[in-house]
Structures are given as structure tokens and as C-alpha cells.
Write a protein that binds this ligand. Structure first.
Ligand code: EPS
Length: 379
């Protein structure tokens, strides 16, 4: 089983991703992982912290001569702003953060909760997701995330070659596929900054090149849509996840929801085996399994809970009303969120991929993958 645990506090020594059950024989490209880590640090609306950090990954275990060994991979991202021991307790919990609830749950300090609840933890998840993307890429699976809405302003995605879309996204200040909308998004972030407020939005991830049959219909905890929703909902500030049409499916009759099936015997060499859909309202998943179509998932991010113009709270020492604490923070981390959701989706897909095709070695997975495509084509 491929699995991930993370460790680390926002201002502790480092974030660590412990990836267990990762196949042997993958040549690791550290620079590509660093590129994703740095993309996570970017986007319009980030705060002062990102000027201090230059996130890069160091492998502490599981790699020999540039290749994975099949043993646990400990990946470390060092915190430059490692000032945890000097930081003081907070007394006024921020509505929306884990401050009040965590301090009560653990009968302890707000600081002890916020340091781990912080979205800085997602650096470890992006490192693991970027590693997973390198495994998936060997099998032609590409995971691609971008922003589709800031607050109420849509930034519609577009179709096209992945390399072209990547080029558009990577010069966008908000990681959108709508350059014409970007100035409006930037202006809205500037407005929120001036008002001491924060902003959320919606990100979308597409996964191309998926074979049939990742996940399973047989048991609730193996359904891939459920696993994806769990993984994405666990990202800090995510409040909703939808796949394909999502909530819109509830508003339409079945004839306008389900994706009619066609077949092209002359073009069945790819992982879709020649089965084509006129629409992809299912978002690539039927009965908890990939169906050979692109996976499409969206996630809703709430605005960041640390506001420069703070909301009402209670001083936990005096129990008297006071405004919430303010600490240096981001105004909008939506662009970063698109990188994080992309990474988390990539890791979850890699888990399902290894569940189906094995996780001992890349060579065995390749043989089993090829054999499956051959058998499935003859089905
Ligand atoms: C966060 C508070 C801010 C964010 C942080 C998440 O950190 P700091 O208090 O050091 O300014 O910048 O996110 C990151 C550091 C990051 O790398 O994403 C919080 O309280 O959740």
C-alpha cells in the first residue's frame, strides 16, 4: 500500500513527508519537485512569509544513486523561519482557524494547534504529490491544476494541448487559464488587501491519460471518488469538492447528465481502449472507478481566516470579548491551493494505480499495466 504521513510545524525546523510503499526503480528528478514547491509558494496575494522561504526538497532516505529503493522515502523541506521556540502563546482565537477548537480539544495552547494546523504543512504534501506525478508520468498520466474562480469572479478554463495550457497558467498571476480575467483578479486582491480582508475561490484539476479501473465499485472505502474527496477535503481551507458536473448534476434530468458511449476500433491503442464519450459529465469516474475519460475535480477554498481587520473573539484568559489576534498572513492563497489540490489528487491517483498494478518496482508495474491494457482491449 502506498501511503503518506507528514510531520512538522509551520515555524519548526522542517516539514517532512514520509512516503511508504513507493515503487523501486524510479529515477527521481528533484528539480521538478522543487519547481512544484516553488509554484506552491507563488501566486498573487501571498504574504511576507514567502519572501523568507525558498522551499526545496531533500531526500533523507529511500534513494540510492538517484533511484527509489522501494523503502520508505523521508522527504524534508527546511523552514528558514524556524522561530517556533521564540514564539509566544496567542490568547484571542481567530474564527475559522483551529485555534479555539484545538486548544479546547488538547487542553493546551493555541500556538500548539495553529503551528500544525497551518497550511505550511501542505509543502510536505506537494513534495509527495510531485514525486507521485513522476511515477504517473511514466504511464502517460498527467495531472494539471488551475484556478477557475476568485470569490464571485469566474476565470473560465479552456481546452487545448496540455503544454499550451501549462504555458498560459504558468505566466498567470493567479494560475488561471483566462489571461483576460487576470487583471480583474489582481485588482480584487488589492482591494481586499486594502480592506484588511481575505479571499477564497475555486480550483479545478484535470487528470489525463488514466486507464480504466482505478478504484473499485466493490467496497465503500475503495471507491476512488470517495478517496479523492477525503484527500482534497483534508486540505486546509477546503470546504467543498465536486467531481464532473458535481452539484449541477442534481439540477438536470438523467438524459442531460449521463455520458453516451461510442467506440472507435481504429483508434483503440490508448488507455481509453477506443471508448469515447460525447460528454464527460461524470468527470472520469463511474461507480468509484476511472472510466478511461479525463478526471475532472473542483474544490472550493474558503477565505483565509487570519484577517488584518480582525473579527470578534474572546480572550481565553479573561473570557472577555476582544478582537481576534492578527499574525502576518496571506490575503489570498488560491493559486497555491491549485498546486496543493493538484498534488493531493496526484498522490491519490498514484495510490489507486499502485493498488491495481502493484508497488514493488516500476518494472513490474509496467509489465502488469501493459498486460492489463492488452487483456482489456480484447474484452
Ligand atoms: C498560515 C500563516 C502564514 C502563512 C502560512 C499559513 O504563515 P506565517 O504565520 O509564518 O506568516 O504564510 O502558510 C505558509 C507559511 C506556507 O508556506 O504556505 C496559517 O496560519 O495557516
Amino acid at each position: 500500500m502506498l501511503r503518506l504521513l507528514t510531520a512538522g510545524e509551520s515555524h519548526g525546523k522542517a516539514l517532512v513527508a514520509l512516503v511508504d510503499g513507493f515503487p523501486a526503480g524510479l529515477t527521481i528528478e528533484s528539480a521538478a519537485i522543487d519547481a512544484e514547491l516553488q509554484r506552491r509558494q507563488g501566486g498573487y496575494g501571498r504574504g511576507g512569509r514567502q519572501k523568507l522561504e525558498v522551499d526545496t526538497v531533500e531526500f533523507l532516505s529511500g534513494v540510492w544513486q538517484g533511484k527509489t529503493l522501494g523503502s520508505p522515502l523521508a522527504m524534508q523541506v527546511i523552514n528558514r523561519d524556524a522561530k517556533l521556540e521564540r514564539l509566544k502563546e496567542l490568547e484571542r482565537p481567530r474564527p475559522g482557524h483551529g485555534d479555539l477548537t484545538g486548544a479546547i480539544k488538547f487542553l493546551g495552547s493555541i500556538r500548539g494547534v495553529l503551528e500544525r494546523a497551518s497550511a505550511r504543512e501542505t509543502a510536505a504534501r506537494v513534495a509527495a504529490g510531485a514525486l507521485a506525478q513522476q511515477l504517473l508520468a511514466l504511464f502517460g498520466i498527467q495531472v494539471f491544476g488551475y484556478v477557475v474562480q476568485l470569490e464571485t469572479i469566474p476565470a473560465p478554463p479552456r481546452d487545448g494541448e496540455l503544454s499550451e495550457l501549462r504555458a498560459v497558467r504558468d505566466v498567470s498571476p493567479m494560475y488561471t487559464l483566462s489571461p483576460e480575467v487576470d487583471p480583474q483578479l489582481v485588482a480584487r486582491v488589492d482591494e481586499a488587501t486594502a480592506a484588511g480582508d481575505t479571499l477564497g475561490g475555486i480550483v479545478e484539476v484535470r487528470v489525463m491519460g488514466l486507464p480504466f479501473g482505478l478504484g473499485s465499485h466493490t467496497q465503500w472505502d475503495q471507491k476512488l471518488d470517495g478517496l479523492l474527496a477525503q484527500a482534497v477535503m483534508s486540505i486546509q481551507a477546503i470546504k467543498g469538492v465536486e467531481i464532473g458536473l458535481g452539484f449541477e448534476a442534481a439540477r438536470r434530468p438523467g438524459s442531460q447528465v449521463h455520458d453516451e458511449i461510442a467506440y472507435d476500433p481504429a483508434d483503440n491503442a490508448g488507455p481509453d481502449l477506443g471508448y469515447r464519450r460525447k460528454t464527460n459529465n461524470a468527470g472520469g469516474l463511474e461507480a468509484g472507478m476511472t472510466n478511461g475519460q479525463p478526471l475532472v475535480l473542483r474544490a472550493a477554498m474558503k477565505p483565509i481566516s487570519t484577517l488584518r481587520r480582525p473579527l470578534a473573539s474572546i480572550n481565553l484568559e479573561s473570557k472577555q470579548p476582544e478582537n481576534a489576534a492578527y499574525e502576518r498572513s496571506d490575503v489570498c492563497a488560491l493559486a497555491a491551493c491549485s498546486v496543493i489540490v493538484e498534488s493531493v489528487v496526484a498522490f491519490t491517483i498514484a495510490q489507486a494505480f499502485c493498488e491495481k498494478f502493484g508497488h514493488d518496482s516500476v518494472a513490474e508495474i509496467q509489465a502488469r499495466y501493459d498486460a492489463f491494457l492488452q487483456l482489456a482491449r480484447a474484452r
